[in-house]
Design a protein around this ligand. Structure first.
Ligand SMILES: [Zn+2]
Length: 78
């Protein structure tokens, strides 16, 4: 069922070719950052950014962290 809802890298690359589309990172494990220390949080972002850069063959400068409520993120994430 997920395969029907989630794009594969080929489809993402096709979408990313449009100049109006921005593809950003979103972490590897989808953890609430407030549950991770700084090293683990940075790793979550860095690994995901590297994967996107490798797949799209271009820099990835944006990251949207999972969740947005006060329990999931705080001043460190902001
Ligand atoms: Zn998410």
């Amino acid at each position: 069922m997920n395969r029907e809802l989630i794009m594969d890298w080929y489809e993402i690359c096709q979408l990313a070719a449009d100049s109006l589309v921005l593809i950003g990172a979103h972490t590897t494990g989808h953890y609430a950052f407030s549950k991770l220390d700084t090293v683990a949080t940075r790793r979550q972002i860095a690994v995901n950014v590297a994967r996107i850069e490798a797949e799209l063959n271009r820099p990835c400068h944006n990251c949207s962290f999972p969740y947005g409520d006060e329990l999931a993120c705080g001043p460190r994430e902001r």
